[in-house]
Design a protein around this ligand. Structure first.
Ligand code: PLP
Length: 461
């Protein structure tokens, strides 16, 4: 256990939700789409750093960053300045038709993180993760002249028809919306905590690839497969880290069959795991290079923008074949450049060392160690896994099976104690705070979690 002081605690001035929140929640419930989930009674008013204050003046610590989006937290002066300056210049001139400096610079700076000598890449910009995924599937089909796409169970790739078809996490996303895109097959994700095909944590990746090879021999001609799309670390499905050698073997199988490899880094990318992209952890295992990368969420610390990066040798679609009115918006691009400044350490954030990527690695490692210690103390915390600030806590029943009801109860208890958090998978809470989270703030969050777990333990007697 660390001796670090927890400097600041959540400040709850009313019962949750407070009166003003209740009023807005009622109006929201009456007028907004019935599809919105609303699991937590919190109506944000303003934020600062890793803290969010609601319309009743209740201040909470943020351990979910608007689903891994608010890289630089809230109201970051460097991001706000970049947005205001660009907004004062121009806010839109369609990027499909006119080149512009913020997006040119953004492409140059992002691509530096993937390019190898002699192998240039190019960038396409959209507005959302789903749009980046749509662009990736379209490019893969266009470039290969093949139609089939392989995806994974547990995956989340977005809610537009192509991305939704690839999504494999929950039937509720698809029920009533069919038919989906044809020629998409899902294979299990190599989850070491729940290894598919009765395999082992170490060999679950091999088991998935054996299954895929069997499909290639029986039902899917491999030479009709355009792409395999995968989250190098699975987000919505439960914050799962595959066995590290897996991506390299997958790359090899794709190469053998002329299949493009798409890494969906929408949730795991942009420094969250302690590296710019989560697949770069595979460097420890000899390295892997995909053909296409999709990015969104954390790119611009909350401004909407997404990117589909592809090898120049793959980005062969002709002028006019794909585009977007708003994609690559210059204000969002300015926010993305400012976010990169902080991630790369071009601009330093006080208390966060050299750069936000290192901070994610360092504070994330601290969180992981402390949470693993809690796992040892609380039997219902079945698994603690992750890299950097991409951490999953899986809750289990007495038989080691996923316990979603327990997860929901604990998640609400954390929320009621002032810790914003979010579920994922069947019985997982994701820990995905803003990357500016300090060690002291991490400790505050851990104290809240420990207290919630302790009370659960006590309740069980
Ligand atoms: N891909 C991944 C890995 C995601 O986690 C998400 C969203 O959660 C998406 C794609 C879709 O992104 P968006 O909601 O911005 O369309």
């Amino acid at each position: 256990m660390t001796t670090l002081p927890a400097t600041r605690r959540p400040d709850l001035k009313t019962a949750l939700p407070g009166p003003r929140s209740q009023e807005i929640m009622a109006r929201d419930a009456a007028r907004l789409s019935t599809s919105y989930v609303r699991p937590y009674a919190f109506v944000p008013d303003h934020g600062n750093g890793a803290w969010l204050t609601d319309v009743d003046g209740n201040t909470m610590l943020d351990f979910f960053a608007g689903i891994a989006v608010s890289t630089a937290g809230y109201n970051h002066p460097h991001i706000v300045k970049a947005i205001s300056e660009q907004a004062g210049k121009f806010m839109h001139v369609c990027l499909s038709d006119y080149p512009q400096e913020p997006t040119t610079l953004l492409a140059e700076r992002l691509l530096k993180h993937v390019e190898k000598p002699g192998e240039p890449w190019r960038a396409f910009f959209g507005n959302s993760g789903a749009e980046a995924v749509e662009a990736a599937i379209k490019l893969a089909r266009h470039h290969t002249g093949r139609s089939h796409v392989i995806s994974t169970l547990g995956s989340f790739h977005g809610r537009t028809y192509g991305a939704l078809t690839l999504t494999g996490s929950k039937t509720k996303y698809k029920r009533g919306f069919g038919p989906m895109l044809p020629a998409v097959t899902h294979v299990p994700y190599p989850n070491p905590f729940r290894p598919p095909f009765n395999s082992t944590p170490e060999h679950c990746g091999d088991a998935v690839l054996d299954h895929l090879k069997m499909l290639f021999q029986t039902v899917i001609p491999a030479d009709e497969v355009a792409a395999f799309i995968i989250e190098p670390m699975q987000g919505e499905g439960g914050y799962i880290v595959p066995p590290m050698g897996f991506l390299k073997k997958l790359r090899h199988l794709c190469d053998q069959n002329g299949i493009l490899l798409i890494f969906d880094e929408v949730q795991s990318g942009m420094g969250r795991t302690g590296k710019m992209f989560s697949f770069q952890h595979s460097l420890e295992y000899g390295g892997v290079q995909p053909d296409i990368i999709t990015l969104a969420k954390g790119m611009a610390s909350g401004m909407p923008i997404s990117a589909m990066l592809a090898k120049e040798s793959v980005m062969t679609w002709p002028k006019g074949s794909h585009g977007s009115t708003f994609g690559g918006n210059p204000v969002s691009a300015a926010a993305a450049l400012a976010t990169l400044d902080l991630l790369e350490g071009v601009v330093k954030h006080p208390e966060c060392g050299d750069n936000l990527m290192d901070n994610a690695a360092m504070v994330g490692a601290f969180l992981l160690t402390e949470l693993k210690a809690m796992q040892a103390a609380f039997p219902f915390l079945g698994d603690v896994r992750g890299k950097g600030m991409f951490i999953g806590l899986e809750f289990v029943d007495a038989h080691g099976q996923p316990d979603g009801a327990l997860r929901d109860r604990l998640s609400q208890a954390m929320f009621n104690a002032g810790l914003l958090n979010l579920d994922c998978g069947e019985s997982v809470i994701r820990v995905s705070p803003p990357l500016i989270l300090t060690l002291a703030e991490a400790k505050t969050g851990l104290e809240i979690m420990r207290e919630v777990f302790r009370r659960e333990q006590e309740r069980r007697g």
